[in-house]
Design a protein around this ligand. Sequence first.
Ligand code: COA
Length: 163
Amino acid sequence: MTQDVKIRQMTIDDIINVYKLGKQAFIDEKKADKSYVYSYWSLMAVAHITQENIELAYVAETNGRLIGFALGHPQYEHISDVGYLEWLAVSKEFRRKGIATQLVNHLLAAYKEKGVPKVVTDVKGTNEESSTLFQEKLGFKLKESVNFLELTFKSAKKRTRKK
Ligand SMILES: CC(C)(COP(=O)(O)OP(=O)(O)OC[C@H]1O[C@@H](n2cnc3c(N)ncnc32)[C@H](O)[C@@H]1OP(=O)(O)O)[C@@H](O)C(=O)NCCC(=O)NCCS
C-alpha cells in the first residue's frame, strides 16, 4: 500500500466526501452501463449508515484527502448474526494499491471485535474487480447467485419529476 495512506474510522465530517466519492464510483463511472442498478447511492444512505453504525464505517485518506471507504451494517436484512458489508469504493487514481483490501480488513476486524461470526456482501456479476478482490484476496466464498429481473410496462406513462 502507498506509504502515506491512512485508514481510520469515519466521522460525521466525512459524510459529504464519502457521498461524492461514492457518486463517482457507483453512478458517474457506470453511466455507460445502462443496466447498472447501484444508482440508489444517496446522501441519505451515507447519513443513515453514519448515524446508525459509525463504528462499522472506515475511510482511507492521504494528505487530508478522502480516497476510499468501506461501510457496513451490523446485520443483513433481519438476520442478526450476519454482518453486511454494503459499500466499498476507492478513488480511481489510487486503485490497485491495496487500499480496498486494507479498508475491508479494518471493517472485518471491527465485526470480529463485536462478536459477529459471519459477514456477507453482494457484488454485481460483471464487477470483476470486486469479485476478484472478495474471493481471491479476502477469502469470501460464493454462496448464492441471484438474477436481477425487470418488467417494463409497455403502456407505462412517462413520469415527470416535480421540481
Ligand atoms: C473494487 C474496488 C473497491 C477495489 O479497490 P482497490 O483499492 O483497487 O483494490 P485493491 O488494490 O485492494 O485490490 C486487491 C485485489 O483485488 C483484485 N482487483 C482489484 N482491482 C481489480 C481489477 N480492476 N481487475 C482485476 N482484479 C482486481 C486483485 O486481485 C487485487 O490484487 P492485486 O492488485 O495484488 O492483483 C475499486 O475498484 C472500486 O472502487 N470500484 C468501483 C466501486 C465498486 O465497484 N465497489 C464495489 C461494489 S460496492
